[in-house]
Design a binder for this molecule. Sequence first.
Ligand code: SF4
Length: 200
Amino acid sequence: MIERLAADHADAAIALRFASPLALLVSVMLSAQTTDVNVNRVTEKLFLKYRRPEDYLAVPVEELERDIFQTGFYRQKARSLRGTMQLLLTEHDGQVPEDFDALLRLPGVARKTANVVMAELGSPQGIVVDTHVRRLSQRLGFTRQEDPVKIERDLVKLVPRQYWGRFPHLLIWHGRRVCDARRPACERCVIADLCPSSRV
Ligand code: SF4
């Protein structure tokens, strides 16, 4: 399945735009409850103004809130960003730690965020489960669970470790382009013969 999906979605990759580990972390934190397109629109300007952790702490919180307002939940996100920047400065020399547990200790950084960051930094520690990964994993019979943490637990047993970073991108892109939530296009699906939910 991975081979076929990889051939069919060779361009599958993270949709967020970032040029540094810090920008990656901020983008992923801002992407909660909104679309990647929306985050990219906001960060295009944001990253010109906020380049280092200090920059997020140098402005009044209201200013940061205004600058990220369009990503939604801006108060909570501004608080998380500032808390995270504080901790990066005091405990990690202002760098994003390449360590899953250290990432999880940053304010507002949940398992999914830490997973995305680690995968993009080149050392995935788990498998990112978003709405597409959840739906496709269920349709493909990889899991019967609903809870993302339990789904991830099932997936890491099935997916070879070298694919942990790539696998969610393949499912996400397949979910967007072919295996739609309401109208899966099974007739043009490259893994239809392997899928227990296929309608063809
Ligand atoms: S066969 Fe249909 S349900 Fe199964 S993965 Fe393909 S599009 Fe989705």
